[in-house]
Design a protein around this ligand. Sequence first.
Ligand SMILES: [Zn+2]
Length: 129
Amino acid sequence: MANKIKKPFKIHVKRGDTVLVISGKDKDKRGKVIKALPSEGKIVVEGVNVVKRHTKPRPPQFPQGGIIEKTLPISSCKVMLVCAKCDRPVRVKKQLAPESNVNGYSKRYIRVCSKCGEEITNPNDSKRK
Ligand SMILES: [Zn+2]
């Protein structure tokens, strides 16, 4: 039986994460996630999938015309998260944060590196607190 419910894409990386590209023309490149597009399952990574567009002069944004570099989104499954601690591309485990209380009211999950067990922190996480 086919499951007709459309699942939202799940992206394993967030904005601000450092990732390693594991396939495609930018393989082995590292970069920071600038933007996440969960509805498309894609992310924009700094310096990855940069294309050159030849444009005519188009004022006021591009009065000169010429070559413009643009970063296009790539599929999030093409990247692996890089752990800041062990400096390697790693898998991420989900773990209940130690400060979560048992009633489940302040349940918070943290991302943990599967290799060194260190929490993977993201500069954007602290903003929400
Ligand atoms: Zn690690």
